[in-house]
Design a protein around this ligand. Structure first.
Ligand code: KG4
Ligand code: ZN
Length: 350
């Protein structure tokens, strides 16, 4: 089954195509990624230091048709070879979501194939779960520019939220500190690259929520501490500041996940979202004594292939819901309330 997935939740126009038959059978976990095209709007938003929502939707609108065309070309397919189309319906920027969602519905309708609405975070998770699937119980940490949440998956299809950021998302904190250091936008990757050349011990920064226990996270105090230190001592080496911030932020994420693993006796951890691309996070997790499952490079930050992979998982467990064609763009969309199943949540909100 060939599935085209679209993500326009924020400032990247992502279109990917996966083929479930190219894996080892029809199991969604083995779907092969045939194409993954991402058109970045970073240059458009860079002068503003953040994403301009209205501009983001206009950009999506002007490139989406060409990005779909490039994905089909990369996969060596024509539109009529597709068996299903999927698109992100939330969470994200309303106007931006609308472009990919409407395009996806229209494409599916025109081709006469099923349409599958996908939760953006379910896409991130689908990209990180290993080929062949993962048997519960396991933990999931999602750390992106918009979300930082820790889930327990005690059984198939069940998600229990253990903790979340009480303020800024982890990636957002990376971007804000990068901005303080004059690294441009989006700053996470640039900050990480600079941190690799710095000395984390050279700048003393607080440990977020130190001694508090539990699984919640916080990044805005750390960001403010960086701002205060820079104001007091403008002569600090940016690389040292970057390294000190990165160490605290990454240790904070890993601390919550490893505490949860110990308390709940979990041995597998799925890490997803843009911050999963961070090299320090990957390195430190390797030493945490857990089996860690990360998305392959190229599937960590926002993309359409992850949306197609999530749709493949849905379609492996039953036919598409025709009601998905009526899905609205839903900017605020929790993945799961405590103890509820993701399907119940998407039905209610869709
Ligand atoms: O998942 P994603 O592509 O978009 C959202 O759904 O938010 O995540 C983007 C976030 C940005 O904040 C970006 O700065 C951060 O992920 N990011 C990183 C790295 N690469 C991307 N943060 C730290 N280290 C990285 N290497
Ligand atoms: Zn994302």
């Amino acid at each position: 089954m060939r599935i085209l997935g679209i993500d326009t939740s924020c400032d990247d126009t992502g279109v990917g195509i996966v083929d479930t038959a190219a894996g080892r059978g029809s199991d969604a976990g083995t779907a092969a990624v045939l194409a993954n095209v991402v058109a970045s709007q970073a240059a458009v938003h860079a002068p503003y230091g953040g994403v301009l929502p209205e501009q983001a939707s206009r950009e999506h609108l002007s490139v989406i048709d060409a990005v779909v065309g490039r994905a089909l070309e990369e996969a060596g397919l024509r539109a009529r070879d597709l068996d299903a189309v999927a698109a992100t319906y939330g969470p994200g920027l309303a106007g931006a979501l609308l472009v990919g969602l409407s395009y996806g519905k229209g494409l599916a309708w025109g081709l006469g194939v099923p349409f599958v609405k996908v939760h953006h975070l379910e896409g991130h998770l689908a990209a990180a779960v290993p080929a062949g699937g993962l048997r519960p119980p396991y933990l999931c940490l999602i750390a992106s520019g918009g979300h930082t949440v820790l889930f327990d998956v005690p059984a198939e299809g069940e998600l229990r939220q253990l903790g979340r950021s009480l303020d800024d998302a982890a990636g957002e904190a990376f971007d804000k500190v990068a901005r303080l250091l004059g690294l441009g936008f989006p700053g996470g990757p640039a900050l990480a690259a600079l941190a690799a050349t710095g000395d984390a011990d050279a700048v003393d920064l607080p440990r977020p929520l130190a001694g508090r226990g539990g699984y919640d996270l916080s990044f805005s105090g750390l960001k403010t501490a960086v701002a205060v230190r820079l104001e007091k001592d403008p002569g600090l080496a940016p690389a040292d500041v970057a390294a000190a911030f990165e160490r605290r932020a990454i240790d904070h994420l890993i601390g919550a996940a490893t505490r949860a693993a110990r308390d709940l006796d979990r041995h597998d951890l799925v890490v997803a979202g843009g911050v999963a691309a961070n090299a320090r996070l990957r390195g430190e997790l390797g030493r945490a004594g857990l089996r860690v499952h990360l998305p392959p490079p190229g599937l960590a930050t926002d993309n359409g292939a992850m949306i197609a992979l999530a749709a493949a998982r849905r379609l492996a467990s039953g036919p598409a819901d025709p009601g998905d064609l009526a899905a609205d763009a839903t900017p605020y969309l929790p993945l799961a309330a405590e103890g509820t199943r993701p399907r119940d949540v998407t039905r209610r909100e869709g």
